[in-house]
Design a protein around this ligand. Structure first.
Ligand SMILES: NC(=O)c1ccc[n+]([C@@H]2O[C@H](COP(=O)([O-])OP(=O)(O)OC[C@H]3O[C@@H](n4cnc5c(N)ncnc54)[C@H](OP(=O)(O)O)[C@@H]3O)[C@@H](O)[C@H]2O)c1
Length: 241
C-alpha cells in the first residue's frame, strides 16, 4: 500500500458541481488535494473548478450511466496516476408520499443514490486498495430516522449506511477506510421550492459541512469513525426559527 498525505492525494467527488460536493471540493482544495469532480452540468463543474486554485479535472457525466464508473477511474489514473479518495455526494431528493412513489420515482432515486454508489465503489476498489484510500458516503439522517414523504430517499440512504458497514469489514484488510456521514438539513439547492427562507436560514451551511468532511478525511488513520451524524443546533422546521 502506498498511502500519501492529503496534499498529495487524488480525490474524486461526485456531485462536485454544487452544494455539499462543491463545499467538500473547496475544503479539500485548501488542504492541497488534487480533484476530479463529476456531475451532469458541465457549466456548474467548471464554475466550481475555476474558484478552487488547485489542479481540478472536470468530468461531465451521469453517474447512473453504465460506462461512467470506468470513465471516472480511467480519468483519475490517466491525469494523476493514482486514486486516494472517492466521495459519493451526487444524490437526488424529492418528497413523495407512499401513494406517489411510483416505479419511475423509486428507480430514479435508487439508481442515483445507491446503484451508482455501488458501481463506482466497485470499480474504484482496486486503486483505492493500492493507495490505502478512503470512501466517503454522503448519506443522510433519513437513514436513521423516519420522515414523511421519504420512502425512496430513506431506502436509498438506509441501504447506503448498511453498505458502508459491509465495506468497512471488506476494506479493513485492504487498508481502506469508510466514512459514512449522516447530515440533517443543509442549505443547498436540493431544498429549492421545498423549504421557505427562514427554515433554510436555520439549516447547516454547506461550507461548514465541507470542512467537517475534509477534517475527517484528513484525520489520523489509526482512527475509525462509526457513521457520523451532523445536524443544526435546533430543528430548522420549528416555528421559533
Ligand atoms: N441538503 C441536505 O439537507 C442534505 C442532507 C443530507 C444529505 N444530503 C445529501 O447530500 C448530497 C448532496 O446534496 P446537496 O444538498 O449538495 O444537493 P445538490 O446541490 O442538489 O447536489 C446534488 C448533486 O448531485 C448531482 N447529481 C444528481 N444526479 C446526478 C446524476 N445522475 N449524475 C451525476 N450527478 C448527479 C448534481 O449535479 P448535476 O445535476 O449537475 O448532475 C448535484 O451536483 C446528496 O446525496 C444528498 O442526499 C443533503
Amino acid at each position: 500500500m502506498n498511502r500519501v498525505p492529503l496534499n498529495e492525494s487524488v480525490v474524486v467527488i461526485t456531485g462536485g458541481g454544487s452544494g455539499v460536493g462543491a463545499a467538500i471540493a473547496a475544503a479539500l482544495a485548501t488542504r492541497g488535494a488534487r480533484l476530479l469532480i463529476v456531475g451532469r452540468r458541465e457549466d456548474r463543474l467548471r464554475a466550481v473548478a475555476a474558484d478552487l486554485g488547485v489542479e481540478v479535472v472536470v468530468l461531465s457525466a451521469d453517474v447512473t450511466a453504465p460506462e461512467t464508473p470506468a470513465l471516472i477511474v480511467a480519468e483519475a489514473m490517466e491525469r494523476f496516476g493514482r486514486l486516494d479518495v472517492v466521495v459519493h455526494a451526487a444524490g437526488v431528493f424529492e418528497k413523495r408520499s407512499i401513494e406517489q412513489t411510483d416505479d419511475a420515482h423509486w428507480h430514479r432515486v435508487l439508481d442515483v443514490n445507491l446503484s451508482a454508489v455501488v458501481a463506482l465503489t466497485r470499480t474504484a476498489w482496486e486503486p483505492l486498495a493500492r493507495s490505502g484510500g478512503q470512501v466517503v458516503l454522503i448519506s443522510s439522517v433519513a437513514a436513521l430516522q423516519g420522515f414523511p414523504q421519504n420512502t425512496a430517499y430513506a431506502a436509498s440512504k438506509g441501504a447506503m449506511n448498511s453498505i458502508g458497514e459491509v465495506l468497512r469489514e471488506e476494506g479493513r484488510d485492504e487498508g481502506i477506510r469508510i466514512l459514512t456521514i449522516c447530515p440533517a438539513q443543509i442549505d443547498t439547492e436540493l431544498w429549492d421550492g421545498k423549504a421557505p427562507d427562514p427554515v433554510r436560514g436555520a439549516m447547516m451551511r454547506a461550507s461548514g459541512v465541507g470542512e467537517v468532511v475534509a477534517s475527517l478525511v484528513a484525520s489520523d488513520r489509526s482512527i475509525d469513525f462509526a457513521p457520523v451524524t451532523i445536524r443544526p443546533p435546533s430543528n430548522p422546521w420549528l416555528e421559533d426559527n
